[in-house]
Design a protein around this ligand. Structure first.
Ligand code: NDP
Length: 342
């Protein structure tokens, strides 16, 4: 079995809480080193997770032929230079969302990885949830007839240990839209097999978001085939469950507790046949994502979410930002929309 040898770029919370386990759970995966901007943080992270080395020298790590892939989970403004450096060093790249801060940057990443013939994937975990995959299958099988409307309930309470750059730093891509709405968009594209066409949004700020950073949003996304999706995302809502509803001409799907990192959630289908609870075989979302990324490297399969998926979710999220700022409906750019990546 070909081993995939990883370098982590970023001593982050997501790497600490989820991704180290996701990589180390793979029979063909191991983490060789961690790169951080801070020597002590890198060393501590490596010690905590039993990673054999740590570094502050990204170029040296990328020059190491014993590294096959990198997982980038730095703050968002660092994704672009780190992805470009990794691509130019011919390393496969799994990058966190939002892929970058602008569509031009995301396009640069896609082109650099393509030019260097390495895989670029975006860590949109929700499309790896068994719940969302089950809903997608049901929609494809016609369980709801023609989908007409979707409602996404993704207003949560930002955990205290994450109340840093997300609510303070616009330059790092803070704010709820690039943090949470970007996941909603990806999940909707995945479920509906369709592309966002235009969006409208209103936002709130000031409860947690500092310096005008948005901590809540309600938005509407019109998809190309006509589905209207309503999203509600927030950092400031401690007691609301998450969920997703799909309403079609022949049925409605009600999913509870599914907009989460955890492998949980229930799905109910209501139709002329009555109310049916749907069985879901839950599995760690991030383990699934990394397993698919490995198959992309070793067998030429498509990663769970590609770089183009990251581009498409980012452009729709940026359109939501623009709509909230201008008060206008905003068309979502269609670049890469024809390249089937979902
Ligand atoms: P963190 O704030 O935990 O980490 C981001 C960076 O902050 C790290 O790379 C690190 O820099 C620096 N940092 C970490 N701890 C400290 C500290 N104590 N003092 C100073 N700097 C510190 O970010 P998250 O893990 O929440 O998010 C990282 C990325 O992952 C983002 O792009 C985010 O959008 C994404 N994300 C994705 C999720 C998903 O489910 N797909 C979920 C959560 C986040 P250095 O690299 O120099 O060590």
């Amino acid at each position: 079995m070909t081993q995939i040898r990883w370098a982590l770029i970023g001593a982050s919370t997501i790497a600490d809480e989820w991704m180290v386990n996701a990589i180390c759970s793979q029979p063909d995966g191991s983490i060789k080193t961690i790169v951080s901007g801070n020597e002590i943080r890198a060393r501590e992270f490596a010690r905590k997770h039993g990673i054999p080395s740590s570094s502050t020298d990204l170029a040296a790590v990328l020059a190491d032929p014993a590294i096959d892939a990198v997982y980038i989970s730095s703050t968002n403004e660092k994704h672009l230079p780190q992805v470009l450096a990794a691509a130019n060093a011919r390393k496969h790249v799994l990058c966190e969302k939002p892929l970058s801060l602008s569509q031009e940057e995301a396009a640069q990443m896609i082109e650099a990885c393509a030019a260097n013939k390495v895989t670029l994937a975006t860590n949109h975990h929700l499309r790896c949830a068994a719940s969302h995959r089950k809903m997608r299958d049901l929609i494809r099988e016609g369980a709801v007839g023609t989908p007409l409307y979707v409602r996404v309930f993704h207003a949560v309470s930002l955990p205290p240990h994450l109340r840093g750059w997300r609510i303070e730093r616009a330059d790092a891509g803070g704010g709820v839209i690039l943090d949470i709405s970007v996941h909603d968009v990806d999940t909707l594209r995945f479920l509906l097999d369709d592309e966002p066409f235009e969006v409208s949004a209103m936002t709130s700020s000031g409860t947690l978001g500092a310096a005008g950073l948005v901590d809540g949003v309600m938005g509407i996304i019109r998809f190309k085939r006509g589905v209207l999706a309503q999203i509600h995302d927030a950092f400031t809502v401690p007691y609301a469950p998450t969920g997703l509803e799909v309403h079609g001409t022949a049925g409605s799907l009600f999913a509870r507790d599914v907009m989460t990192q955890h492998a949980v959630g229930q799905i109910e289908l209501r139709s002329a046949d009555g109310v049916r609870q749907i069985d879901v075989a839950h599995r760690d979302l991030y383990v699934t994502a990394v397993a698919q990324f490995h198959r992309a490297i070793t067998d030429g399969q498509v990663p769970a979410a590609t770089g183009i998926d990251g581009y498409r979710s980012l452009t729709a999220a940026l359109a939501l930002v623009q709509s909230a700022q201008t008060g206008e409906h905003v068309a979502v750019p269609s670049q890469y929309a024809q390249q089937k990546s979902v």
